[in-house]
Design a protein around this ligand. Structure first.
Ligand SMILES: [Zn+2]
Length: 231
């Protein structure tokens, strides 16, 4: 398999998501974590809340994280993290989809990420396929098409054309939202045509290697194409 050319893209966190829910004091709905976690002990029972600040009026509100849980049911390190407002735990709770669902609020991920592309210099018309590993530092839902536009510096039209031509191969639809690591490959122009005709033209060894790569990753339509080419 031809995996000589590899690039890594990283979806890096630039901010925490905004918690969207009504403020009891004003008409605002946007809340930021205050950076604090409150722990109340009543005998052996603990209540833990994540504290939020309304972006409009600064009112503090609480999101229940644990309610009346027995002290022994929490890892001691976890309890210390709550008691010391550990920033990593504040971050984790603020980004938690399950906490949002449990408490009936929405997370707005706008402006929370930026794409870092550690791509070595390469040309998109290089015949060797380029494998791109996309890693997510935070579970921000990112539209695949937008990610590709940024990563490749191409317009929406160009991205759609390349995907339509089978030059960009993805495990997700272009209009899907990714929020976890995935891998894509970018093929040189004419690679699909080359796959189709390679048998007829007597493909060189490296192109045959490419062919099996095409067949392995591809959609049923293109699979049958390369199968035909090999038949
Ligand atoms: Zn408010």
């Amino acid at each position: 398999m031809n995996t000589d050319r590899k690039a890594r893209w990283a979806v890096r966190q630039s901010a925490l998501p905004t918690v969207v829910r009504p403020c009891p004091d004003c008409s605002g709905t946007r809340h930021r974590p205050s950076g604090k976690i409150r722990v109340n002990a009543s005998g052996k029972l603990l209540d833990v809340w994540l504290l939020l600040s309304c972006a409009a009026c600064d009112r503090t509100s609480k999101v229940p994280v644990h309610e009346r849980v027995h002290v022994s049911s929490l890892e001691p390190a976890r309890r210390v993290a709550y008691e010391t407002n550990d920033p990593a735990v504040v971050r984790e709770l603020t980004m938690s989809a399950s906490l949002a669902a449990k408490n009936g609020y929405r997370l707005d991920w706008t402006g929370t990420w930026e794409l870092e592309t550690r791509t070595p210099l390469y040309a998109l018309d290089d015949p060797t396929p380029l494998t791109v590993l996309v890693g997510f530092e935070l579970p921000a839902p990112v539209r695949v098409e937008r990610l590709l536009m940024r990563g490749l510096g191409l317009s929406r039209t160009e991205i759609r054309r390349m995907a339509g031509d089978g030059r960009i191969r993805l495990p997700l639809a272009l209009d899907a939202k990714a929020h976890q690591d995935f891998e894509l490959t970018i093929h040189g122009p004419g690679s699909v045509e080359a796959a189709k005709h390679s048998k007829l033209l007597g493909a060189p060894t490296d192109l045959r290697a490419h062919l099996s790569h095409v067949g392995w990753h591809d959609t049923p339509r293109q699979l049958s194409r390369s199968a035909t080419a090999r038949a």
